[in-house]
Design a protein around this ligand. Sequence first.
Ligand code: FE2
Length: 102
Amino acid sequence: MKINRAKNPDSMIDFEKKHTPFIEKVSRKIIVSVGTEIEHPMNPEHYITWIELLLNGESLGVKELDNEDPPSATFELDKEPFPSDEIKARANCNLHGTWESF
Ligand SMILES: [Fe+2]
């Protein structure tokens, strides 16, 4: 599977902002929104089909979306992650492929 990433996180173009998952952490709750600064569209022709959360490279689950859902997903961890843990998210757009957060 090809994973897309924004070329430069500090100066993303709008297309990259729209597809790069944005992660918020509230204790054990992880909220993933797509994208970063610009919300990805959700309509029958163009939408986010799933969002996956990864902890230290291991998948913690995939939330399937349909075009009437908001482009976000909430995951509840068993315990609060350590500061050293790497939390990443991936999101799949039906037209523009799979994108990973920073
Ligand atoms: Fe897209």
